[in-house]
Design a protein around this ligand. Structure first.
Ligand SMILES: NC(=O)c1ccc[n+]([C@@H]2O[C@H](COP(=O)([O-])OP(=O)(O)OC[C@H]3O[C@@H](n4cnc5c(N)ncnc54)[C@H](OP(=O)(O)O)[C@@H]3O)[C@@H](O)[C@H]2O)c1
Length: 277
């Protein structure tokens, strides 16, 4: 039994902890770890810590914790992980949350000390969730061990569903799911701007569009991350091109559209089994 599974005993630094995902994780994990929010600005760290009832630490000491979670922008993840990892204690655990894994997971793994464990995690939910019961995370195990397993068990105890994948599996799937979905919504937004500019459509908004609007608002709030996902996922361009072709092919709706609708529901359909080992 290690320190991670003994409630509240292990320390966990959240680098980027005053950001959106950092604050969420601080709220979720503070009952299971001694959580320290870390920001480049100590005043910001203190304010965030007060907000969620966690502790805080200077960035210079972030590496001292048993678990160090890096919740910084995708394109800053490698440099931040590297600089922390070289000072982390043997057998401690480094975790990144980046939404794209190509160019990050194996680069960090191959340029950090083999004495620490490293887990490349992708929460498939945003900072607006209240808890993680039933929520999915993809775990790309880069340098596993007992700390990694204990950390994943904590997330499962909180109700999360863990699915294990390789970098390639993750980025291919996320291109089809996240890149395509965001791109479709952005294309919808831009088309709406063209076909209904200067209109007030609010009295006409359907229930289903209300749900779409929630997604549009969430994308607006997470804009920097949305943009980096479109730029950094190596399969994104191909998916956007396929979208443009499909949109052109669909100018005349026919029975194929219905077949494709049914197929997409089957592809995305729910499966309850965890691939959590
Ligand atoms: N937002 C989502 O829905 C979502 C979902 C799943 C995964 N993710 C992943 O979670 C990570 C964080 O996303 P987020 O939306 O929480 O971003 P965010 O709100 O912009 O927060 C990131 C934080 O990183 C810190 N930071 C920025 N550059 C840094 C640097 N060079 N060195 C150290 N710290 C730096 C900043 O904090 P200080 O200025 O206080 O230092 C900033 O508040 C990303 O990798 C993203 O892909 C996001």
């Amino acid at each position: 039994m290690d320190r991670v599974t003994q409630t509240g005993e292990a320390t966990l630094s959240l680098v980027g902890g005053a950001g959106r995902m950092g604050l969420l994780l601080a709220r979720l994990l503070k009952g299971r770890f001694t959580v320290k929010i870390v920001s480049r600005d100590p005043e910001r760290a203190k304010e965030a810590a007060d907000l969620v009832g966690a502790g805080w630490a200077q960035i210079e000491t972030a590496h001292e914790s048993d678990v160090v979670v890096v919740a910084v922008p995708i394109d800053r993840t490698v440099e931040v992980c590297r600089s922390l990892a070289e000072r982390m204690r043997p057998h401690s655990l480094l975790v990144d949350l980046a939404s794209v894994k190509t160019g990050i997971t194996y680069t960090v793994r191959d340029s950090t000390p083999p004495t620490i464990e490293y887990l490349s995690l992708h929460p498939l939910f945003g900072p607006q969730v209240q808890d993680i019961a039933g929520k999915r995370l993809i775990a790309v195990e880069a340098r596993g061990g007992s700390m990694t397993e204990s950390f994943l068990r904590v997330l499962q105890d909180l109700g999360a569903r863990i699915w294990r994948a390789t970098v390639e599996e993750h980025d291919r799937a996320m291109a089809a799911v996240q890149v395509l979905h965001h791109h479709a919504l952005l294309t919808f937004a831009s088309t709406l701007g063209q076909v209904a500019s200067n209109s007030d459509l609010s009295p006409y908004v359907t229930e289903s569009l209300e749900r779409t609007m929630q997604n549009l608002k969430s994308m607006q709030e997470n804009w920097e991350t949305i943009l980096l996902i479109q730029r950094c996922n190596p399969h994104a361009r191909r998916v956007r091109e396929a979208f443009a072709k499909a949109a052109a092919d669909h100018l005349e709706l026919d029975e194929h559209s219905r077949v494709n609708l049914r197929r997409s529901i089957m592809i995305l359909g729910s499966r309850d089994d965890d691939r959590s080992g």
